[in-house]
Ligand binder design. Structure first.
Ligand SMILES: *Cc1c(COP(=O)(O)O)cnc(C)c1O
Length: 479
């Protein structure tokens, strides 16, 4: 076969990757029908499915040369993925930190994928990059950051925290030889992605001080100041404080303003992890609670938590653009044509990524299609539902943790006799087994507490009533 004939033969096969209009239409119809069936029944589908299969059936459909029919794939998806384990799209998801999955983000992802716009570099995708930067500026404004702050849309809060820690390391000029004497201050309640970030950033041998906490699991500013002074006197180099605006475990907000003052006076980098709690700033109550968040040098917020987006969108904000840029920029020879255009900074110069999904669209579309009002209302609803739950569960005879600061409530039942921790572990398992709602537990100072974490946009007062009903029934049976 000559080269040209060979090429035409290959073209015939490779063109299979471009389905015809009719094929697209038929495939789309079935996919949409599958999604609609899920959305139509979302109120009835369990929040957790204790299924034995755990997705194993997928292994019976190996990747192979020949195509597999869509019907078979959707059936596999239904049986082995979409009905297994936790259902994060359910309003009954009241464990960990719930996600969401607002629909218009799905349509935005569809468009982003069809057009496949390049969102890494302004030269290649000026519109996509401008959109990302516009969203960053909007979030900076909401959080009280200056309008020339920099930021990046990441895949989630963990990567955003890593970028914050790396930026802090470089801005404070911690070189390898300095690591052993460098000091980081954080709360024991800090999210474990910070511990991972410290290790990944090459700071594993730095001194990490776990600060003493008050009764509401918040950093005590005077203790922080004391430790910084002691470390300075002994010749160490304190350089970073990490505070949480909403801890994952109990929803505690560290005293952000007081810590900010200390960081400024002592010349330390101030990183706030607000992955869970940050967007409550869109409510009046949240705004009060998050006062001082604007004093941070870097800040993590997670639209896939606090703005109810489907998984895959976190954000890092850095107050001084030059620091985020200094840690992440690079100009490869093969990209020299892209350098001229500095009208907008490029995500590739502000993050470890180069080629990146156009993930700005999944935030931009729902924000503009809905307007901000329902987002604010939904966040306020979540704060009030948590208050409601805290009060009602007490009436059922439960012991409760301190007044919830945001949307996590802790509670446990103390039976007349028997091991209290075991009772509550069994109670959590019983709620999960019922399946209508999902709650998780935690251990605080050796005591097992159940958690009710309210952040799914589909959670409403009827959901909380269902949880209360299950708790009343299960404790009635056991106590
Ligand atoms: C969820 C969470 C993270 C991690 O974010 P991911 O988006 O899951 O990577 C970090 N910090 C806090 C406080 C969180 O709640």
């Amino acid at each position: 076969m000559d080269l040209r004939t060979n090429l035409l033969e290959l073209e015939k096969i490779s063109r299979l990757l471009e389905p015809s209009g009719q094929e697209r239409s038929e495939t789309r119809k079935d996919v949409i029908a599958y999604a609609e069936n899920f959305l139509k029944n979302i109120e009835k589908i369990p929040a957790y499915d204790l299924n034995e299969n755990k997705g194993k059936g997928l292994l019976d459909i190996p990747i192979q040369e020949q195509p597999v029919h869509l019907e078979k794939l959707l059936r596999a998806l239904h049986e082995h993925v979409d009905t297994q384990g936790l259902n994060p799209a359910s309003g009954g998801h009241l464990g960990y930190i719930p996600g969401g999955g607002i629909y218009y983000s799905a349509l935005a992802d569809y468009l982003a994928d069809v057009f496949n716009r390049y969102a890494g570099i302004f030269y290649a995708g000026p519109g996509a990059v401008r959109m990302e930067n516009m969203l960053i500026r909007w979030m900076a404004g909401v959080m009280g950051y200056p309008s020339d702050a920099a930021g990046n849309l990441t895949t989630g809060g963990s990567i955003a925290n890593l970028m914050g820690v790396v930026t802090a390391r470089d801005a404070k000029q911690i070189r390898s030889a300095d690591v052993k004497d460098s000091v980081i201050y954080l709360s024991k309640q800090v999210h474990h992605s910070i511990d991972k970030a410290i290790r990944i950033a090459g700071l594993g041998e730095a001194v990490v001080r776990h600060l003493p906490l008050d009764k509401k699991f918040r950093i005590i500013p005077s203790e922080l100041r004391k430790l910084i002074h002691e470390d300075k006197v002994s010749g160490k180099k304190p350089f970073l404080v990490v505070a949480s605006a909403g801890t994952t475990d109990v929803g505690a907000v560290d005293p952000l303003e007081a810590i900010g003052t200390i960081c400024r006076e002592e010349d330390l980098w101030y990183h706030i992890d607000a992955a869970y709690g940050g967007f409550f700033i869109l409510t009046e109550d949240g705004k009060q609670k998050l006062k001082g968040i604007e004093l941070s040098d870097s800040l993590v917020i997670d639209p896939h938590k606090g703005l109810f987006l489907p998984y895959g969108l976190g954000t890092i904000l850095v107050k001084e653009k030059k620091h985020l840029n200094a840690s992440h920029h690079y100009l490869a020879n093969y990209m020299q044509d892209t350098a001229g255009s500095q009208e907008e900074l490029s995500p590739a110069d502000l993050s470890p990524e180069l080629t990146k999904h156009f993930r700005g669209l999944r935030l931009w579309m729902p924000l503009l299609l809905h307007g901000l009002k329902p987002f604010r209302a939904c966040l306020e609803e979540k704060l009030l539902l948590t208050k409601y739950f805290h009060e009602e569960v007490k009436k059922l005879g439960f012991e409760t943790g301190t007044e919830p600061e945001l949307s996590v409530a802790t509670y446990r039942f103390v039976p007349q006799k028997g091991d209290v921790n075991e009772f509550n572990r069994n109670l959590q398992a019983a709620v999960v087994k019922d399946g209508r709602v999902f709650v998780s537990s935690t251990t605080l100072d050796g005591v097992v507490w159940l958690r009710m974490a309210c952040l799914a946009f589909r959670t409403h007062v009827s959901t909380i009533d269902t949880l209360l009903e299950i708790l009343a029934k299960e404790t009635g049976k056991r106590a």
